[in-house]
Design a protein around this ligand. Structure first.
Ligand SMILES: Nc1ncnc2c1ncn2[C@@H]1O[C@H](COP(=O)(O)OP(=O)(O)OP(=O)(O)O)[C@@H](O)[C@H]1O
Ligand SMILES: [Mg+2]
Length: 320
């Protein structure tokens, strides 16, 4: 359904009197099969929105190519547009029209007649639990209702493929899981393919059958949520040494038990191990033996930030 090969996008920006080139996306290469829900996961500035805008024909690539719904995004952009739905990161329901009318207008833009458009708008609002908001102005809706309304607008022409840019950013946990339910439902009922960007590993996990981790404009890894979680399983051992000259020894000792290179910030050394409990006695003994004096030693479960660090940090080491 999506085949991206080496998609890249650079912008030239002014910095004082100089012109600088910003590589928003340097190599987006991946595939999405029909019927999949795929999460495009990455930190701020990774290039997610820019990639989405190239796939949805809103901006042309600087190089590379992509086929979306069997058509080329550059040479057949009109055909691509008719077959996809797009819900942007900022949303698009800021006007003063009533919620229902906004959907009808959108449908008519796609060439539907007024009565078909109205019928579809009613069905969609019903499906997304918004039946009673037809006559309300979108501004007066809650964040979760407004985001669902935006999804409804992206669906009114019955696309085969739906692009969602951060669909649940800013929503409370209940509204998020409610929207996840609706997205799953769309896939089950219409066999729709869904491609969404997100910052949240739990969202990617709950919603998608595959996750593409994206950072610095390129794919870091792509796998099922379960296999990704296995990669990040384990405990973090965090220790602080009392003097800089002890850092080397501390790293050397810890790295015997870690899969990746421990990271060092200031006097702190952090490494990920499969299970910290059984390791600690031997670790402290060895640190003692080499006269490494610890100020603190902590064990904790990785947080989402650590997950990003592990996944994206390993790319930095591997490729540069
Ligand atoms: N029109 C533009 N002109 C100049 N630079 C841009 C433009 N659009 C994006 N960029 C830059 O490209 C990089 C990627 O931006 P992009 O919006 O694609 O990231 P993102 O992954 O969607 O981030 P976020 O999670 O914050 O939405 C950023 O450094 C951004 O500043
Ligand atoms: Mg974005």
């Amino acid at each position: 359904m999506i085949l991206a090969s080496g998609l890249a996008k650079s912008y030239t920006v002014r910095h004082g009197r100089k012109r600088l080139q910003v590589d928003a996306v340097s190599d987006a290469s991946f595939e999405v099969a029909e019927g999949e829900i795929v999460s495009f996961l990455g930190p701020n500035g990774a290039g997610k929105t820019t990639t989405l805008r190239m796939l949805t024909t809103l901006t042309g690539p600087t190089s590379g190519s992509a086929r979306v719904a069997d058509h080329d995004v550059v040479t057949q952009s009109q055909t691509v547009r008719r077959q996809i739905g797009y819900v942007s990161q900022g949303g698009s329901t800021g006007g003063f029209a009533k919620a229902g009318d906004e959907i009808v207008d959108r449908a008519m833009l796609y060439g539907l007649d007024a009565s078909t458009a109205t019928r579809r708008a009613r069905a969609l609002l019903e499906r997304l639990d918004l039946a009673d908001v037809w006559a309300r102005v979108p501004r007066s809706l809650s964040g979760g209702q407004r985001r669902r309304l935006e999804v409804a607008m992206g669906l009114v022409h019955e696309p085969r493929l739906l692009f969602l840019d951060e669909p649940t950013a800013g929503l409370d946990p209940q509204a998020r899981s409610n929207l996840w339910g609706h997205i799953r439902d769309l896939r089950e009922r219409y066999g729709m393919t869904v491609f969404l960007t997100t910052h949240y590993l739990d969202e990617a996990d709950a919603l998608s059958n595959r996750v593409i981790v994206f950072d610095h404009g390129r794919v870091v890894t792509a796998d099922t949520p379960d296999r990704l979680k296995e990669q990040i399983a384990g405990d973090l051992v965090e220790m602080e040494v009392s003097a800089p000259e002890q850092l080397d020894a501390a790293v050397r000792i810890l790295e015997k038990s870690t899969a990746d290179q421990p990271s060092v910030t200031g006097l702190r050394v952090v490494g990920r191990v499969p299970r910290a409990g059984p390791l600690l006695p031997a670790l402290t003994r060895e640190l003692d033996m080499f006269d490494v004096e610890l100020v603190s030693l902590e064990v904790r479960r990785p947080t989402l930030d650590d997950v990003f660090l592990t996944l994206t940090g390993s790319l930095l080491r591997d490729s540069r």
